[in-house]
Design a protein around this ligand. Structure first.
Ligand code: PAF
Length: 310
């Protein structure tokens, strides 16, 4: 069994025990959240699939800034993987994750098993249709967003947070979740955390752990190519095909890199654009030595998205 302990007290100096409360069952998480709510505490929630990095820690800090209690979930959700090999290769680093969460001062970590969340006979899914899900990763990874909206809905029902924080790194995901919360009248505020990059520009991602040194160097073509497209736009190029060609051109120079998609999308209605404008971002997904990475930049500048314009 992957998750075996309820309370973790690791590497703490004597007399300074700061346990991370690890909750394995839905009942235990509900009891924790109920107690916090009855005490008038606001619950901030950061759902994750583990293999935590500084990007996740920054989301936890955002939750901490506006809430009294912070809950993190760690669950590698099988229903959002369109490819079983990708699911099996997803990094699992629970001990290290718990240590980082202890240091970040998280109050509880929900680490359910697959059987707890998807028992035998499970057959209910939350599925969004329309512009937010019919492009980019919605097309490249069939069923992916159905898995995401299903698990996030389940986690929201269990954790009952006031606030949930998601990274802008997965821009399409956070816009879908924001829309779902609105459509399904969930009383939860969604906060979008800034994309965190390594010093060399690579977006922080749990999947980066699967790259060796050579693969990691090749992966830098992703942020570099998007930045080149942004510079071209700022130099006057508005033809979306030409902007995407720049991205393809740079990525395909690398051995072992396959482009999954590149597209120019407007945040006004989340529509594909032939002529780019300041409302647009350019997004790409690529396989680097078989590891799927995504990235995007806003053509007008590096500002963060607060919400999707209807
Ligand atoms: O972004 C992720 O890590 C996952 O898609 C999420 C939101 C935790 C759902 O499994």
């Amino acid at each position: 069994m992957r998750f075996s302990r309820r309370v973790v007290t690791i590497n703490h100096p004597p007399g300074k025990i700061l346990p991370v409360q690890q909750l394995l069952t839905i009942d235990d998480q509900r009891a924790f959240s109920k107690a916090a709510t009855l005490q008038g505490k606001r619950i901030g929630f950061v759902p994750t699939m583990g293999a935590l990095h500084a990007g996740h820690i920054s989301l936890i800090a955002r939750a901490r800034a506006v809430c009294d209690v912070v809950v993190v979930s760690i669950f590698v959700n099988p229903t959002q993987f369109d490819n079983p090999e990708d699911f099996n290769a997803y990094p699992i680093t629970l001990e290290d994750d718990l240590e980082q969460l202890r240091e970040a001062g998280v109050d509880a970590v929900f680490t359910p098993t697959k059987e707890e969340l998807y028992p035998n006979g499970y057959c209910t899914f939350v599925e969004m249709v329309g512009p937010l899900t019919d492009k980019l990763c919605g097309v490249a990874r069939p069923g992916h967003f159905r898995g995401v909206t299903t698990i996030v809905s389940k986690l929201f029902h269990i954790v009952q947070p006031n606030v949930a924080v998601f990274g802008e790194k997965d821009l399409q995901q956070v816009l879908i979740i924001s829309r779902m919360v609105k459509d399904l009248d969930m009383p939860i505020e969604i906060i979008i955390g800034k994309t965190m990059r390594e010093d060399d520009g690579l977006v922080m991602s749990s999947r980066n752990r699967r790259l060796d040194e050579v693969g990691r160097a090749k992966a830098l073509a992703l942020p570099r190519s998007l930045e080149m497209a942004r510079m071209s736009y700022q130099g006057g190029e508005t033809n979306a095909i030409k902007l995407c060609e720049e991205v393809y051109g740079e990525l395909l120079l690398q051995d072992g890199v396959a482009v999954d998609y590149c597209d120019v999308i407007s945040l006004k209605g989340f529509t594909e654009k032939e002529v780019a404008d300041d409302s647009c971002f350019i997004a790409a997904a690529a396989f680097v030595d078989g590891v799927r990475l995504i990235d995007h930049v806003h053509l007008a500048g590096p500002e963060i998205v607060e919400s999707l314009d209807d």
